[in-house]
Design a protein around this ligand. Sequence first.
Ligand code: NAP
Ligand code: 8YV
Length: 314
Amino acid sequence: MPDLLLIGGATPVMLDRLSAAFTIHRLAELPSGWLAEHGDTITYVATNGHDGVRPDIMAALPNLKMISCYGVGYDAIDTDEAVKRGIMVTHTPNVLNAEVATTAILLMLACYRELLRNDAYVRAGKWESEGNPPLTRSADNQTVGILGLGRIGQAIADKLAPWGTTIVYHSRTPKDVSYRYYDNLTDMARDVDTLICITPGGPSTNKIVNAEVMAALGPEGTLINVSRGSVVDEAALIEALQSGKLGWAGLDVFEAEPKVPEALRAMPNVVLQPHVGSATVETRAAMGGLTVDNLLQHLADGSVISPVPECADI
Ligand code: NAP
Ligand code: 8YV
């Protein structure tokens, strides 16, 4: 059986299916020096969007044929190097669109309706002792700017329709949709109530949500980030929230996960989630299924189901 390097975890179902076709080597359990000695035996890698494949590991696998990523974002995998070496990279698009869209909207609604504040209010017995809490803002009939109107961005737009939301968007190229397109992110931020980030990570989006964009969003504005922590300038975000230049933030992703700055953890106008955009039993089962299907199909006939665009011609 071919040798597969498993980076990070896998569900029991994934492991059952993989172990029927591959000899699995778990990176976390390998003795030191194993890769230097036996790296040439590894032809397949299964990893995830967070761990990706470190450059030193990629370099230690001279006969690698394929990397299957459990997740749609693959910014932690060097696809230039993969293409150069003829290594196929696959990911899990579409099967998580609806779940991540729900997470984005969950964060938005929690900010608007002060879900955490009101929950704490009831738990602390303040409803009984102090009466009703202050009013919140309505999430209905807002203008929402989507940064990255791709597969998940469109699912967010679709799911926001019942809230009477006006959708606008920014990406590098306009899409074939009826929503207003902005070619400038700051201009869009100025015109919206909420900005939802759902682009890929990587160099082209690094800190594109900067101090200027947050100031344009303004004191009544809400920033939701379900993309990658690298997309938002976290230091600028903390400053904007502390100074009142930005009103609220709902965050699923952070610059140095799982580390979350104490300043963010202390703020009442911030809702925090531990990168769980796709983390339901149902959606993770679908992601795991596609991750394994790609590997088994490649093993059977050299083809795959969902290559990353850079590897489509390999
Ligand atoms: P997608 O279909 O490829 O959509 C990405 C969108 O971002 C496209 O509209 C693209 O349009 C735009 N974009 C790319 N680079 C940009 C740039 N430099 N500036 C502005 N817009 C840019 O991807 P998807 O399937 O929707 O997934 C998007 C990302 O969500 C993933 O890559 C991942 O990082 C993140 N994600 C997070 C979670 C979570 O758990 N929080 C779960 C799943 C995915 P143009 O090419 O025209 O710019
Ligand atoms: C996963 C994600 O949590 O798909 C992505 O890009 O960020 C999430 O769905 C991640 O890939 C698992 O590590």
